[in-house]
Ligand binder design. Structure first.
Ligand code: GLY
Length: 253
């Protein structure tokens, strides 16, 4: 069970963030409404939400998940892979200091974005991506290994982050799309395969009893619902334009 979430207000420079989506410029006011609905869903799922103030120096800083990897034992501060995002982690470290006795950091030459780190029970999968390099992944593997967590590295081919295409929603159920479907690393789980036309929705999150899914992806929503999970369906259009998804918008612990 999670107790807390950390989120960060959408910066006024959001439209200048990193993206490969070619879906156009995000509408700021719409993004604010979508963010507010997201926070409300976290609260309805039972979380106390800490909202960090806006920081216009960092267009992508609302995607707070990339700044750290956290679990019940420790927090690991990321060394973000994109130059324009380096520094976002400084504020997060200060906040996590209030919650954690043990805080470690990924350091040069390692880079790592939290979006590349998927936890499945006591197993972690770490994506080697445009943002996370092997040195960063191996540092995280060593840190988590001290606490008994096993780690497997997954080389990404197309998607930005590992969690762009895969999510664990509990009870051995893995939501999986695209390049990951044929990867034998994931075949021990019960796979909910996401059709190509709904691939964006693969980035969903389990928060206590609920699963938060992007609105408008009916097939996946139905598959998850059929497993008995209550859903929050959230409009994510403006975050999608900036390559962001549901997991990216919070740190949950
Ligand atoms: N816009 C999210 C990212 O590229 O990190």
């Amino acid at each position: 069970m999670f107790k807390y979430a950390i989120v960060k207000k959408v910066s006024k420079t959001f439209q200048y963030g990193l993206t490969s989506s070619k879906l156009g410029k995000p509408e700021y006011n719409k993004a604010l409404i979508q963010h507010s609905n997201y926070v409300e869903a976290l609260k309805q799922s039972g979380l106390k939400v800490r909202t960090l103030e806006i920081d216009n120096r960092f267009p992508d800083s609302t995607f707070v998940e990339d700044t750290a990897v956290i679990n019940e034992d420790l927090a690991v501060i990321a060394n973000l892979g994109a130059d324009s995002r380096k520094g976002e982690e400084i504020e997060i470290k200060k906040v996590l200091d209030e919650f954690y006795d043990t805080i470690e950091s990924i350091v040069k030459p390692g880079t790592l974005d939290g979006g590349d780190v998927l936890r499945v029970e006591d197993q972690y999968f770490i994506g080697i991506s445009q943002r996370t390099n092997k040195a960063g992944a191996l540092q995280l593997k060593e840190l988590l290994g001290k606490y008994g967590y096993a780690c497997s590295l997954v080389k990404l081919k197309k998607v930005l982050h590992l969690k762009t295409g895969i999510a664990y929603i509990g009870d051995n159920n893995l939501v999986i799309s695209g390049e990951f479907i044929d990867n034998p690393l994931f075949h021990e789980y019960d796979l909910l395969k996401v059709d190509q036309d709904e691939s964006y929705a693969a980035n969903c999150i389990r928060v206590n009893d609920y699963v938060l899914v992007a609105q408008g992806y009916k097939k996946l929503a139905e598959s998850i619902s059929n497993l008995g999970y209550p859903l929050f369906k959230l409009d994510m259009s403006e975050f999608r334009k900036m390559d962001g998804g549901l997991s990216c918008l919070s740190l949950r612990f």
